[in-house]
Write a protein that binds this ligand. Structure first.
Ligand code: S3P
Length: 448
């Protein structure tokens, strides 16, 4: 299989097939990989990262930290070593920091840089330059930094003039781990206590990893507090498999009666695990085996046995716990009996693409009956999917979800514009070919 490059326009061609089975490992968790680099760069002493996700998004964070003067060495076995010298050792970059397609890179670095006494500019690709940034600009400004962006601070490029910061009490209007983490990275370098409250809990990898780096983090309900300045001590981070990457395979097996798949060593942090419970509620059997804890993160092998799924209702506080999995969940819903209603998911409109509009526009081409709501989708399950030409619209999770839909469709499906998958899941097509060999997935250059 030829390797896709970001920017190159390539398609996957695959066929419907009736067998999904085996045991796989998915690449490392994207959120945890980003955080291991940023916290390692802020820490004193060596941080060693095992299982790092070598995807474009995480490499954007790695290169940005190098541009800020951090020594980061990748060994041939995939281990990453970060020679942390504390935040004071970071230096003004000589060029714009390129976050590529990665909101996590840009928002977390904005927080880290808000306290550094120099000027930096953060930018990214066309998708990232249209994603909302006022949600981090406002709290970081309230702490004392100066941040400027297009449309009164809403869009990148973001210019950051770091300053001495003071702790704040902040009520975030969105449940967003990127916002919470940006504030916490600034707060570690600020004077005094910072408290961040969210409307409902978002993923808590930053809080857990900070504790592994020796920082005291207080948590009460949906409020997280740290007191600065805090000293981080370098440590070893083991990155588990990414549940958001496993999601595509989980759905491929869950929606097929008789299928059985084992996904080894996946992160099963409850603030990320919403899909597991929903697939069970829809009629699949999902079991966690060999559960353990690694550097504060729960990890397990996840075994899924497929069944005839039933439609369900997903909304409220569960949404932040499966937000990135909604494209895959929409495919499961299309294959279920009855209707699935997804609500409270307007945040999907400000991801790499507007995922609600993208799902509605692309799934319909495969014969799915669904309607788009301002904050969700109503999906009528049960229709036999028909192979078609569909597009990722440049969004990695769309590309992979559409490929999974293609496994269940009559005839051939072409998923266009799949180079974006390199942002989170290099090797996805190869792994899909392993568990569903009958689908014959292969990559071609897009015509035209
Ligand atoms: C992420 C947080 C989520 C998620 C994104 C990764 C993170 O975004 O969708 O893929 O690593 O903190 P929000 O913080 O915008 O909800």
């Amino acid at each position: 299989m030829m390797k896709a490059e970001r920017g190159a326009i390539r398609s996957w061609i695959l066929h419907g097939c009736d067998r999904v089975e085996g045991a796989v490992r998915v690449p490392g968790d994207k959120s945890i990989s980003h955080r291991s680099l940023s916290l390692g760069a802020m820490a004193h002493g060596l941080t060693e990262v095992h299982g790092f996700l070598r995807s474009q998004d995480c490499l954007a964070t790695l290169e940005a930290l190098r541009a800020l003067g951090t020594e980061i060495v990748e060994s041939p076995d995939g281990r990453i070593r970060i020679a942390g010298k504390g935040p004071e050792a970071l230096r003004e970059p000589g060029a714009v920091l390129d976050a590529g397609n990665s909101g996590t890179t840009l928002r977390l670095l904005a927080g880290l840089l808000a306290a550094r006494p120099f000027f930096s500019v953060l930018s990214g690709d066309a998708s990232l330059r249209n994603r909302p940034m006022r949600r981090v600009v406002e709290p970081l400004t309230a702490m004392g930094a100066t941040l400027l962006g297009r449309s009164a601070g809403q869009y990148p490029p973001l210019a950051v003039q770091g300053r001495e910061l003071s702790g704040i009490t902040w009520d975030s209007p969105v449940a967003s781990a990127q916002v919470k983490s940006a504030i916490l990275l600034a707060a570690l370098q600020a004077r005094g206590a910072t408290r961040v409250t969210e409307p409902s809990p978002s993923r808590d990898h930053t809080e857990r990893m900070l504790q592994a780096f020796g920082v005291t983090v207080a948590r009460e309900g949906t409020t997280v507090s740290v007191t600065g300045p805090a000293r981080l001590q370098g440590t070893t981070v083991s990155v588990p498999g990414d549940l958001s990457s496993a999601a595509f395979f989980l759905v491929a097996a869950a929606a097929r009666p008789g299928a059985e798949l084992l996904i080894r060593e996946v992160g099963v942090n409850p603030t990320r695990g919403g899909l597991l419970g929903i697939l069970e509620a829809m009629g699949a059997a999902v079991a966690q085996e060999r559960g353990r804890n690694e550097a504060g993160e729960p990890v397990a092998d996840v075994r899924v046995r497929g069944g005839q799924l039933r439609g369900t209702t997903v909304g409220g506080e569960l949404i932040p716990h499966l937000l990135d999995e909604i494209p895959a969940l929409a495919v499961a819903a299309a294959l279920a009996d009855g209707e699935t209603v997804i609500s409270g998911a307007a945040e999907l409109r400000v991801k790499e693409v507007d995922r609600l509009s993208a799902l509605a526009g692309e799934l319909v081409k495969l014969g799915v009956r669904l309607t788009e709501e301002p904050d969700g989708l109503h999906i009528q399950g049960g229709a036999q999917l028909k192979g078609a030409v569909v597009s990722s619209r440049g969004d990695h999770r769309m590309a992979m979800s559409l490929a999974i839909a293609g496994l269940f469709a009559d005839g051939q499906t072409q998923v266009q514009d799949v180079g974006c998958v390199e942002t989170s899941f290099p090797g996805f097509a190869r792994l899909l070919a392993e568990v569903a060999p009958g689908c014959g997935i292969h990559e071609v250059a897009d015509a035209g």
